[in-house]
Design a protein around this ligand. Sequence first.
Ligand code: HEM
Length: 390
Amino acid sequence: MIDFNPHSKTLQDDPYATYRAMRDEAPVMHVPGLGFWAVSRYADVQTALREPETFSSRRSLDSDDGLSNVPMIVIMDPPRHGELRSLLSRAFTPRRVDEFAKRIREISIELIEQFIEAGSCDLWRDFSAPLPTIVIAELLGVPPEDREMFKEKSTALVKMVGPGMDMDPAALESSSNPVMELAGYLASIFDEKRKNPTDDLMGALLAAEVNGKRLDQAELVGFAVLLLIAGNETTTNLISNAAVLLDQHPDQRAYMFEDPARIETAVDEFLRFESPVQGLERIVTQELTLGGEKLKRGDKVFLMVGAANRDERVIENPDEFNIRRTPNPHLAFGWGGHFCLGANLARMETRIAFEEIAKRLPEYHVSAPTERLYSGAFRGLLSVPIEFKS
Ligand code: HEM
């Protein structure tokens, strides 16, 4: 029996040998203590992500979509999921994201300016943590001075999640839960914007209609909370993970920095090799067979994106980090109906971040041990000390 506990720090320090053993020996494995099935092969993860009728995103089959107080599309099923998602994708168009490129570059440069003279910094604290937080705060239209608070709440939440960590609904909806704290804060900003309309994403959400109806306050807050959390932690982790990988592979870093047009392809390899989202939860809605195992209604599955992205059945030499890799059909942004709505934004932020690093500190090196973010579902860091010639 393979010992797999996604919450174990030992596993999180280096999960890939365990992931391989699972794919080879127990691709759909029941994890008794935590009460879910771990799904590690690419094909099985993709099948489940493609079939929302049989693999529900809801937290419980007995409850309505989402949390009652903070409905978020990521934990909804069709048809409501589709209606609300199309609204968000209309508000969050590629044009809006493209227009933001200039601003992302300005923010990146401002952040680098603050530490470049020192010759050293913590790349997490000074760059990869603040950049996505400022970007999403500005896109949404919330005061950037409150960003430390968003980061704190989203990091607190990320540490609490993962399969088998279901909290009872009372705890989830209690006012001291980080989600509820963010929700209360965002509700007051929506109230303000109702009186004084603004031309930002929150303003667009306030004006938007689904089937001729405006969103109610809970739905508005659900969107904003989801965007703040989703737009924050994952992109921070992608940039931090990538910075460390490039330090470990100086030849590839030199090749990438030689021609910044190469960064775009490299970003997919960062996403695949150290996937910021390691797994997604679903609930089985009817009896079915997956990977030779019989699953019944109500069973929980953990779709191990991080393991699927290293599956040699689909990816050649999956344990080799190769920024030239094409095609690179990773599942780091999910697949199917819930595919990440912020994928373009995350790619753009990461590309611009490394373009600016290439200009100002191309030969940085990690100068002390990094600190891992321990989370059952996310893969990232909390500290990346670096030194460079200023
Ligand atoms: C590296 C960065 C990111 C990664 C790895 C990532 C990953 C993912 C994944 C795996 C999903 C699918 C969830 C599921 O199927 O249950 C998802 C959904 C989502 N992401 Fe991202 N994400 C990133 C950045 C962002 C950003 C920057 C935003 C917004 C500003 C964003 C907004 C969303 C939203 C709204 C959803 C829900 C879509 C739905 O349920 O239909 N993400 N993301």
